[in-house]
Design a protein around this ligand. Structure first.
Ligand code: HEM
Length: 442
């Protein structure tokens, strides 16, 4: 758009109501094509080969906007690191905590939280005399936050059970503080950090040291990095735990919620998926949480999750934002040094060219024939060295949560509910609500 060449204001205004993604995906990309300059210093790319070049081949570093998300400009975390060497060292030290090998240690913590989830839903069903309408959005969000609490903060926040805990609310206020501080640097002295966050985390770290706990959670793995030359200080553990809460809760819960909504809206998918889960869990009571090993290779369950990640990537708005560290040619265009270079995840995921005529439909079957899919146009977790460190964690949580719910309950859609999506940082439902009717299966 002509005005975007001159000012950032236009695109900034589009973001105020959380619907910049709609403008970008429904108006700008269809009108201007796969390469669009959206502000004087930023270009959005919706071509899979160029995106691969940006994320994987050239491994361009993150742009300066990521610094806004830091607790303070001088302290970088895994997510906000821009310097390649600093990022590499932090990633090396944290990777073991997210490895497939360590996943089995994290599984019991997820089970504890999912048990709370089914206790809550059971309670609502019994109160409702056999069925109940539940807000699946909220319960899944609480479940994801409890799981991060259980794995990175020493214990579940018990949000599913009690409906409140100060920590998540304060973390999201802290995130707002960081964004406000970067937008209005003048107010910086007044935008102070809430001491509750650091006090809460420090207390847990101290307690954990005194207990010499055997708990092999993310927190312990971070504490154990002390033995490593790039080991984390207590402040860095605090900073990193907060980041895991921000990066690992709304992302997973948004994905799981949208998948549940898609499943109930597609009864044939629901039927097929329940059949697959039931066969895999034959002889296992529906009050038991399945083990990850029992469900991780189920092709249809994995297809359903992939399809949810495709239609509802958490980078719904802009995707990973990088910076051209030198003059570049991308897609035949000259991109000067310093340009913000954005990979448009949603456009790749919905492209008819890459996915066929049904690209906007929920069709888990497409994942059953992976050889027929176009490579390099599916990047829900980004790609290259800055891809998501929590992929395995997220997949385990998604599989366990969805399989447990479908093995134990009947879900029915309640028609005519609004599904309006907003994105400020991670996407969410505008209504913060989606009700499903739930009852016990026989
Ligand atoms: C369905 C769930 C998830 C999705 C779709 C997702 C997606 C992503 C994406 C797209 C990125 C790259 C962002 C960018 O470049 O701006 C990313 C990075 C990251 N994610 Fe996730 N994520 C999910 C779950 C998690 C979980 C569960 C955790 C931690 C517990 C986590 C922690 C991180 C971290 C720390 C990074 C930065 C990695 C680095 O730069 O080395 N994510 N994620």
């Amino acid at each position: 758009p002509k005005v975007s060449h001159l000012t950032k204001f236009y695109i900034g205004v589009k973001q105020i109501n959380g619907q910049r993604w709609k403008w970008l995906q429904n108006e700008i990309v269809p009108k201007y094509g796969k390469i669009v300059r959206v502000s004087p210093d930023a270009v959005v790319f919706s071509d899979k080969d160029i995106v691969k070049q940006i994320l994987v081949t050239n491994e361009l570093p993150k742009n300066k906007n990521y610094e806004r998300l830091r607790i303070d400009e001088k302290y970088s975390t895994l997510f906000t690191a821009r310097d390649k060497e600093i990022h590499k060292r932090r990633r090396r030290v944290l990777s073991p905590a997210f490895s497939i090998k360590h996943l089995s240690s994290l599984e019991p913590f997820m089970h504890t939280c999912i048990n709370d989830l089914i206790a809550k839903i059971d309670g609502k069903i019994s109160k409702g005399g056999g069925k109940a309408d539940i807000n699946i959005y909220l319960l899944i969000q609480y479940n994801a936050l409890d799981i991060i609490g259980e794995t990175a903060f020493g214990g579940s926040f018990k949000l599913v059970t009690n409906g409140n805990h100060p920590m998540p609310t304060k973390v999201f206020s802290e995130l707002r503080r960081r964004v406000m501080r970067s937008l209005f640097p003048f107010f910086k002295p007044f935008l102070k950090q809430d001491p509750y966050l650091i006090d809460f985390t420090n207390k847990i770290i101290k307690q954990r040291r005194q207990e010499s706990s055997q708990k092999k959670d993310l927190l312990q793995m971070m504490l154990d990095t002390k033995k490593h030359e790039d080991g984390l200080t207590d402040f860095e553990i605090y900073d990193q735990s907060i980041e895991f809460l921000i990066a690992g809760s709304d992302t997973t819960s948004f994905t799981a919620t949208m998948i549940m909504i898609m499943i109930v809206k597609h009864p044939k998918v629901l039927e097929k998926l329940v059949k697959e889960i039931d066969e895999a869990l034959a002889g296992i009571g529906s009050e038991e949480i399945p083990t990850h090993d029992q469900i991780k290779h189920l092709p249809y369950l994995n297809g359903v999750i992939n399809e949810g990640l495709r239609l509802f990537p958490t980078s719904r708005d802009f995707g990973p934002g990088k910076e051209a560290t030198e003059d570049l040619i991308l897609g035949g265009y000259f991109i000067p040094k310093g340009t913000i270079v954005i990979s448009n995840t949603l456009a790749l995921h919905l492209s008819k060219e890459y996915w066929g005529e049904d690209s906007k439909d929920f069709v888990p079957e497409r994942w059953l024939k992976p050889e027929k899919l176009t490579p390099d146009c599916f990047i829900p977790f980004s790609a290259g060295t800055r891809n998501c460190i929590g992929i395995n964690f997220a997949w385990m949580e998604l599989r366990l949560t969805i399989a447990t719910l479908l093995h134990r309950y009947n879900f029915k859609d309640i028609k005519n509910q609004e599904i309006e999506l907003l994105q400020f940082i991670t996407p969410s439902l505008k209504s913060k609500k989606y009700d499903l009717t739930v009852s016990m299966r026989n």
